[in-house]
Design a protein around this ligand. Structure first.
Ligand code: FES
Length: 383
């Protein structure tokens, strides 16, 4: 081992031998370095890395600039927002794919052809073993040829750098303070007013409470939902039915008489008399309107749409992880992983006969998070 005449490869082979590894066959893929076929293979691998980089950059561009909000058509097929997830997914997928193919091609077409048989052994490494490992790593690095293949080194960097950026870019979402975005929704008149500025706000809300509308923009009247029926409703202003208001989708249910009666008896005190301040003064209403009740559609487990209403058992089922909520008991969770009830949206009918929400949800909708209030302010006072 200390013989200065030993070449690096001799030490490498000796190391393998001591580890019980026998070299059956070992030859460089291209015995004469720098030949045309080798250069061509280098270019192919380099091209694959560059392609990976290009798709990473496309991912970043789409992530930042592709319109992700539904427009006026609220998500019809011509709306580019519908393809947002697919576009960023395809770009990132292709980038990773080309990078992986590049690495594999490098290993298969440029590294030496070798056939080894290895015996495994136990025990810690000796000083000598570490020296051998050093020589081995050195040999492998030499075989990969990073030093004599500067083009591939640069191409790999060009491909990997944007890929690294693509991995950290989504963290940018953590930079902006969400403020009250996590606790308020478009059902809050003031919040909605600031979001749907100008004329739209006036037309849809009458300057007061937010009306209920269907996805196609139709305002909802009580006679539009048959007894035992349900529809999904959104805040009636521009973008109200878009993914910008992801926490606002609400299930409006027209309960059967006996179910409505049961719910009225079970109603949480905080829902019984909802008092809200309007520009005209204090307003009080019961959370339900007649036999109508509205619950957040966003499951309090991890946010899937909980919308399978089973009229006979009065349960609302979330298809994701099977949580069930009792519709006639304030949508309290009765089965599955969800632990918070679905917040109720207090309802009324305005002077024109349209259903309105007399306030935002009294408890923030959606999954729980670290500092989310689980009960509204002053809840104890209303007990
Ligand atoms: S998201 Fe509804 S049960 Fe998990």
């Amino acid at each position: 081992m200390n013989d200065p005449k030993l070449t690096r490869f001799d030490v490498f082979r000796e190391g393998l031998r001591r580890d019980g590894i026998e070299i059956l066959h070992y030859e460089p893929r291209y015995p004469k370095p720098g030949t045309k076929p080798e250069k061509r293979m280098e270019r192919i691998v380099g091209f694959l890395f560059i392609l990976a980089g290009v798709f990473s950059l496309l991912f970043l561009a789409a992530y930042i600039w592709w319109p992700w909000e539904y427009g006026d058509g609220a998500g019809d097929w011509s709306d580019p927002a519908r393809s947002y997830t697919s576009v960023i997914g395809i770009c990132l997928g292709l980038s990773l794919l080309f990078f992986a193919i590049g690495i594999l091609t490098w290993a298969k077409k440029l590294l030496p052809v070798e056939e080894l048989v290895q015996d495994r052994h136990d025990g810690p490494s000796s000083k000598e073993d570490r020296k051998i490992t050093e020589a081995t790593v050195d040999t492998v690095v030499g075989d990969i040829g990073l030093k004599r293949r500067p083009f591939l080194k640069k191409a790999a960097l060009v491909g990997a750098a944007p890929l690294g950026l693509a991995a950290i870019a989504p963290l940018g979402g953590l930079i902006k303070d969400p403020e009250d975005m996590l606790t308020k929704t478009g059902w809050d008149p003031e919040y909605a007013e600031t979001k749907a500025k100008g004329e739209q706000a006036g037309v849809f809300q009458g300057g007061k409470f937010v009306r209920l509308m269907m996805r196609d923009g139709t305002m909802v009247r009580p006679d539009m939902v048959s007894v035992g029926g349900q529809i999904t409703v959104y805040p009636a202003y521009e973008h109200g039915a878009s993914n910008k208001e992801a926490l606002a989708p609400t299930l409006l249910i027209h309960l059967r008489e006996q179910d409505a009666e049961e719910l009225r008896e079970n109603l949480y005190p905080m829902y019984e008399e909802v008092s809200v301040s309007t520009p005209e003064g204090e307003h009080e209403s019961t959370a339900m309107f007649g036999n109508f009740v509205a619950y957040s559609k966003i499951c309090t487990h991890v946010g899937c749409p909980a919308s399978l209403y089973e009229q006979q058992s009065q349960r609302l089922l979330c298809p994701c992880h099977q949580s069930q909520f009792n519709v006639v008991d304030n949508a309290a969770p009765i089965f599955g992983p969800a632990t918070r009830h679905l917040p109720m949206l207090p309802l009324e009918v305005d002077d024109d006969g349209y259903l309105i929400a007399t306030s935002d949800y009294l408890v923030p909708p959606g999954p729980a998070f670290w500092n989310r209030p689980s009960l509204p302010e002053g809840w104890e006072d209303k007990q």
